[in-house]
Ligand binder design. Structure first.
Ligand code: SF4
Ligand code: SF4
Ligand code: SF4
Length: 348
């Protein structure tokens, strides 16, 4: 099966100006770094040479607006669909009218109201909302419909009720799309904060129903994650023919395999590591994308030929669930326990 490369998640930096309590970066032992100018040039040339490529997502495990390369990259990629995922705090400082005109979609992370955003992310809520006003103003001046501005909400037991006042406010600010993703614990002491479960989850489905009704009345479209484990699996990265380039040039399949870290899957602690198919500095992007290993991996995941841990009878005694090195078919890396493919965790 042919897989033309259509989408690149480009991590211009894994540095961030915030230090959120839920951040995966807390587990890193490597020092976060900006993509260098030299690597940025190489990445740009290689992406430009891919005729099938349609979409660039400026995002990753850091804040893209921190990167000195950001303005230049937006200008150079103008003409492709450009998506930006951001914590929103540097929008007024870094996004000029010109840059905004070149971006198609901006996704801002907001998962609570005033006190929570200050406590969990160190963000002054009013300033964040002022950034949305600023974007709306620039859109008016540019007389463009774009960029569309969406909000992403990472939901847990702690913050889910704040989604109601947040929806009221977002609707006032002409936000039309709200994406809910579940909180993915990184430590065992966070395991009980999740809202999803393996078995039928009536309380959460009822809560989602209330959220849906609330949003309809306000003209807001909400994208929901799953509330309970479903049989269907779909990797959004592989299904959209996407790859991810880290700030050091590693070509990895997705967010989950982009850096070291840990996750807790239904109460089971797992060590994560980066899984790279090659580095842009050594091998051209298309050669990495079309390499036998990457093709074989994409075929396996796309066609669902991999085991499933959450509903496996052996899961309680299986040592393979402690990391992502191999699955029980001897294949690497191990996607069998991935909560992204189960649509519990969602990203743009
Ligand atoms: S904004 Fe994102 S990358 Fe930055 S500290 Fe918070 S969770 Fe981490
Ligand atoms: S790795 Fe295989 S045997 Fe182990 S829990 Fe997952 S599906 Fe079951
Ligand atoms: S199934 Fe999960 S871990 Fe595997 S490539 Fe997709 S998102 Fe990554």
């Amino acid at each position: 099966m042919e897989y033309p490369l259509k989408k690149v998640y480009l991590e211009l930096t894994d540095v961030c100006n915030l230090d959120c309590s839920i951040c995966f970066r807390h587990q890193w032992v490597t020092t976060p770094a900006n993509m260098t100018k030299c690597l940025g040039d190489r990445v740009f040339e290689q992406i430009e040479s891919v005729s099938t490529l349609e979409t660039i997502v400026l995002g990753g495990m850091g804040e893209p607006l921190v990167s000195p390369l950001f303005p230049d990259m937006v200008k150079r990629f103008r003409g492709k669909e450009i998506l930006l995922t951001t914590n929103g705090t540097l929008i007024k400082e870094k996004l000029t009218k010109d840059l905004v005109a070149a971006i198609d979609l901006i996704v801002i992370s907001i998962d609570g109201m005033e006190d929570r955003m200050l406590q969990d992310r160190g963000v002054v809520f009013e300033d964040l909302i002022a950034s949305i006003d600023y974007l709306n103003q620039l859109k008016l001046e540019n007389e463009f419909e774009t960029p569309r501005v969406d909000v992403q909400f990472v939901a847990s037991r702690e913050n889910i009720n704040e989604i109601f006042p947040l929806m009221d406010l977002l609707a006032e600010k002409q936000i039309r799309n709200l994406v809910i993703s579940h909180f993915l614990p990184q430590h065992l002491d966070q395991a009980d904060e999740i809202l999803y479960q393996r078995n039928e989850n009536k309380p959460l489905k009822e809560l989602f129903h209330k959220i849906r009704n609330h949003s309809f009345k306000r003209g807001l479209r909400v994208q929901f994650p799953e509330a309970e484990l479903k049989t269907e699996r779909r990797c959004a990265f592989i299904s959209s023919n996407a790859t991810y380039i880290t700030s050091r040039g590693e070509v990895v399949p997705c967010y989950r395999f982009s850096h070291q870290g840990s996750e807790v899957v239904f109460g089971r602690f797992k060590t994560l590591r980066q899984y790279t198919f090659g580095n842009i500095l050594d091998t051209p992007l298309l050669d990495i994308w079309n390499s036998e290993d990457y093709l074989r991996f994409r075929n396996r995941i796309y066609n669902n030929h991999y085991p499933s841990c959450p509903d496996c009878d052996l899961v309680e005694g299986c040592s393979l669930i402690q990391d992502v090195d191999f699955d029980c078919n001897g294949e690497e890396p191990n996607c069998s326990d991935c909560l992204w493919a189960r649509k519990f965790v969602i990203c743009t």
